[in-house]
Design a protein around this ligand. Structure first.
Ligand code: ADP
Ligand code: MG
Length: 242
């Protein structure tokens, strides 16, 4: 059974059709990488998955439950779906540790000591325990992104969505963030990753999905899609970025 199933998903902003008949199925423990040109609907697709955007049509089921019909249970659903953004979006007035402690305390009423212990574990995991008391602004972009990942993990999500997590980083900082993501993949975390890091996709992805013009154009193993793409548009895109 798929953990998350996207069926005939469409999304328009006014007259602009951004997603058209998108079908994607994500199994537990899978790493799915989504690639495609700017404006192809990748971010909108991810945002639909945690209902930051309301789809216009189609269905998204999470463990066989239609997430568009959750009503008040949407808050509960969102706890299971972590999101990491291109621009970190950390709380600037909280320390690194407080950033990671916040959601479990606020949303799950976890006791402060427990939240702190867990946050320290997560900061260790992303290699930043020595930065726990500083504010995000004093960190490099790569460090901030690793805090953002620790913060998302603090809610023990079933699935993590990454929207171009390394696109805003200086090149020399990309590697550390990808290392953390690779480690998570190894541990069996279910991940949907929008990225232009083809090395990461080749090494870590179970499947690669190419989107263009709001459609899923092609979906295959990284090996197949990078060495012998079937669709002309996939081929053209890859030849521009590889
Ligand atoms: P990608 O992440 O692949 O670059 P996006 O999902 O961000 O693509 O955007 C797809 C299209 O939807 C673009 O044309 C973008 O301008 C448009 N779009 C995205 N969000 C909105 C919005 N909130 N209102 C209107 N148009 C939007
Ligand atoms: Mg985007």
């Amino acid at each position: 059974m798929a953990l998350l199933e996207i069926k005939n998903l469409s999304k328009s902003f006014g007259d602009l059709e951004v997603l058209r008949d998108v079908n994607i199925s994500i199994n537990k423990g899978e790493v799915v990488v989504i690639i495609g040109p700017s404006g192809s609907g990748k971010s909108t697709m991810l945002r639909c998955l945690n209902l930051l955007e309301q789809p216009t049509g189609g269905e998204i089921t999470y463990q066989d439950e239609d997430i568009m019909k959750l009503g008040k249970k949407v808050t509960e659903y969102r706890k299971h779906v972590g999101m990491v953004f291109q621009r970190f979006n950390l709380f600037t007035l909280k320390t690194v540790l407080e950033n990671v402690m916040y959601a479990p305390m606020k949303l799950n009423k976890v006791h402060k000591n427990e939240a702190m212990n867990q946050a320290m574990e997560l900061l260790k995991k992303v290699g930043l325990e020595n930065k726990k008391d500083v504010f995000p602004s004093s960190l490099s972009g790569g460090q901030q992104q690793r805090v953002a990942i620790a913060r998302a993990l603090a809610m023990s999500p079933d699935i993590l969505l990454f929207d171009e997590p390394t696109s805003a980083l200086d090149p020399e900082l990309v590697g550390d963030v990808l290392e953390v993501m690779k480690q998570l993949a190894k541990e069996g975390m279910t991940m949907v990753v929008v990225t232009h890091e083809m090395g990461f996709a080749k090494e870590v992805a179970d499947r690669v999905i190419f989107m263009d013009g709001g459609y899923v154009v092609e979906e295959d193993t990284p090996n197949n899609i990078f060495t012998s793409p079937r669709n002309e548009r996939t081929r053209a895109f890859l030849s521009r970025i590889l």
